[in-house]
Design a protein around this ligand. Sequence first.
Ligand code: NCD
Ligand code: ZN
Ligand code: ZN
Length: 425
Amino acid sequence: MTGQEEECPYETYKITGKLYISGEIREASLLIKEGKIALLGKSLPDMSAPTLELGRYEVALPGMVDLHVHMRGLKLSHKEDWYSGTLSALKGGVTFVADMPNTVPPTVTISALEEKLEEAKLNALVDYGVYFGVPGKLDIYLRALNKGIIGLKIYPKDYRSPILMKLIKINSERGLITVLHAEDPEVEDKNRLAEVSAVKYFSKISINHGVRIHFTHISSSETVNLMLISKLKGAKVTFDITPHHAFLNEKLRERLGGIAIVRPPLRDEESRVAIYNSLRNLIADAYATDHAPHTLEEKTSEKPPPGFPGLEVSLGLLTTEVLERKASWRIIDLYSSRPAELLNIPKGKLLPGFDADIVVLDTKRRWKVKGESFLSKAKYTPFEGWELRGIISKVFIRGVKAYEEGEIFVKRGFGKMYGGHFGEN
Ligand code: NCD
Ligand code: ZN
Ligand code: ZN
């Protein structure tokens, strides 16, 4: 067992320099105490605490919060496990991951949930939450809630479940997120229409029943438009977009074959631009990787499974946009404060009361994406060769230095679970 409190005593210290606070970069100081941000100010009263002075080109950002990842583990540990997956997150500046239930066994029973939670507890390096899938019976879900799940994930195969509405209502009442993979299984044309149909159907449910629904990996221009129309009609709907749908289009499939295969598929340039603009103009509610690792062997086989890793490039793609002055620093919110609000966790902002999860970014340095050097077990990426700006020099989780210049300073099991009981539910 890991005794994380004994091994990593929380220190009191200050961080001074350029900080990303509420949409802008400001010269200020943070006081970190017992894993939380205790104070923020131009100058701080507690002069006795040691100080970390940021370098001239360094900026402190909140730790990133990824609401859609697949850490795999259990019987899919050959693809990724809780150690390699959270290692990959840490290197990418992601200090919180929310894990999807399509594991083997699937997280739709209490025993499968317990098994997953045990693995996560022993191995996670960053903080995490675990989604539950749609179970056969309502009482299984109620028991899962008591174990502290972060939310519910609905797959296309669950759309007809007789208990679906009850689950969505329970979550809505408790302030827990319901994440929906929008792809109507009854629509043949997987190219857009299936997504359009599912978004229409569940937006109506949201309006008619006043329930909250979060659409994940929205990938086409039509569905972005539909999301906006639904919001105007009063639906309590939100959506996230992925790095790959924002930065890549379907042409990549000709060059990369199986590596570029993902669900939903990479779309045409018109949709790519719409997704990119929903990020740049802060129209999307969140940015999430859908980090979906498979072995290279699987990806280069006759029948490549959909998905690829994303955690080690996702923040780099955003900081590159900012440092090239194509987007404002505010796009960082879509990968920090906004998903944290959707998940109802005290993370994603450098403000007093929040967890001291901090990413120090060296804005001067650049790097080249190389799948080979990923810490994920999946050592390939459709972003191979991309030149990115901004290197993550340090990462703190709850005030503890977890990463610095390629070195890991926390042990397996340092990651802490957040779920149902947390926040003001
Ligand atoms: C995901 C996976 O591999 O688990 N694959 C993907 O292409 N996104 C499944 C999913 O998120 O739909
Ligand atoms: Zn999905
Ligand atoms: Zn996924």
